[in-house]
Write a protein that binds this ligand. Structure first.
Ligand code: ADP
Ligand code: MG
Length: 352
């Protein structure tokens, strides 16, 4: 079977094209059939493929949890935690769900790793001003962006664990968990599988893939890397993984084109403009899906600095695809990455 062929759904959610495919040859005779499910949450399609006795229970539990967290974290959901936090910006602490406190702490940790130059959840006012992925994307005036950039500072998200509360320091500040929520929920899904005694499972949260163990036949899971300028499902290579997250950020899922220029949904927190650093996509392969999602915002930094950040982090492998169609793969991944480009347009560069 093949993931990514969501033709029906594509009609309704044309901008939510999956960035990754997972190939699964199904199961050998004598092996249990997986429980497969498809849900719509977090603004995207969620696919699960879970093996073992408790597979149904575990995948149902994951689906329910995802919907719960979606409500808490969607920025525009009145009564949700993020909405509450943003509405109280500059007015002190608000009490939040412990899971929201936990993701805010993770977001802080990841932002610290890059010094806030790549991943920063306080880009929300800019995300809102650009409206990329909404029905009304626009290029905001330069002076508007200049002003909004002054509101961006992940260090202004204050968290008090003792009271499960958080606050945004300045009026007008906002957080947006769009760049980390799917990653966090991927880790959570793996925890739920494990708790249910599952040893083999795969989940794709709109391009954020997590796999538990190997496939039931003992072979590695194979995750396709999307050709950033190809049709949905057209790949440039495959990575073989076990117990890993494979997360891509790219300029091809949500973007708009104005006067011939492409504006993507990943914002450079320092300039206020959509990232424009010579990259089309960054894929991070790591044990932590949360951290992989955060690290994939190395996209903002371009090839050299982005690779530097991944190295500094030290717990991930990466695939960077540049505008000139070169695919750079970190040394630790080279045995696991198989270059497969049917278009003959890409060049595979083994990174030293
Ligand atoms: P998706 O997984 O939905 O394709 P990404 O993981 O690539 O999205 O993250 C992009 C989303 O994260 C944006 O839609 C926005 O909500 C938020 N975002 C944009 N720029 C940044 C940034 N520099 N740091 C953190 N979050 C960001
Ligand atoms: Mg993501």
């Amino acid at each position: 079977m093949e993931y990514g062929e969501q033709d029906m759904k594509k009609l309704f959610y044309p901008l939510l094209i999956l960035s990754l495919l997972v190939f699964s040859t199904g199961c050998n005779i004598g092996q249990s059939k997986p429980v497969q499910s498809e849900d719509f949450a977090l603004g995207t399609i969620i696919n699960q493929e879970v093996y073992g006795a408790n597979a149904k229970k575990a995948s149902d539990e994951v689906a329910v949890k995802i919907k719960e967290l979606d409500e808490l974290w969607t920025i525009n959901n009145q009564g949700g935690d993020i909405n509450k936090l943003n509405n109280n910006a500059g007015q002190g602490y608000v009490e939040l769900n412990p899971e929201t406190i936990s993701i805010l702490k993770d977001a802080r940790k990841i932002a610290d790793l890059s010094g806030g130059v790549a991943f920063d959840i306080t880009v929300a006012p800019l995300v809102k001003a650009w409206g990329i992925g909404t029905d009304n994307p626009q290029v905001p005036a330069e002076d508007v962006l200049k002003k909004l950039v002054t509101l961006v500072n992940y260090q202004d998200v204050l968290v008090d664990e003792a009271t499960n509360s958080a606050s945004l320091l300045k009026t007008g500040q906002m957080v947006d968990l769009g760049g980390i929520a799917k990653g966090y929920i991927g880790d959570m899904a793996i925890e739920i599988y494990k708790k249910n005694g599952i040893t083999s499972a795969f989940a794709n949260l709109g391009g954020n893939v997590v796999v538990l163990g190997n496939k039931p036949d003992g072979s590695a899971w194979k995750v396709g890397i999307q050709n950033p300028r190809g049709q949905n499902g057209e790949i440039v290579g495959v990575v073989s993984v076990a117990d890993k997250a494979v997360v891509t950020s790219g300029d091809y899922q949500r973007y708009f084109i104005k006067d011939g220029k492409r504006y993507c949904h990943i914002i450079n927190p320092q300039t206020g403009y959509p990232a424009d650093s010579g990259l089309m996509s960054v894929t991070i392969i790591a044990s932590s899906s949360t951290e992989a999602d955060g690290m994939s915002k190395a996209f903002v930094l371009g090839l050299e600095k982005g690779m530097e950040l991944v190295k500094r982090y030290g717990k991930a492998e990466a695939i960077f695809i540049t505008n000139d169609k070169k695919i750079y793969v970190t040394p630790g991944l080279q045995g696991e990455f198989q270059f497969e480009d049917a278009t003959n347009e890409y060049t595979y560069i083994q990174n030293r």
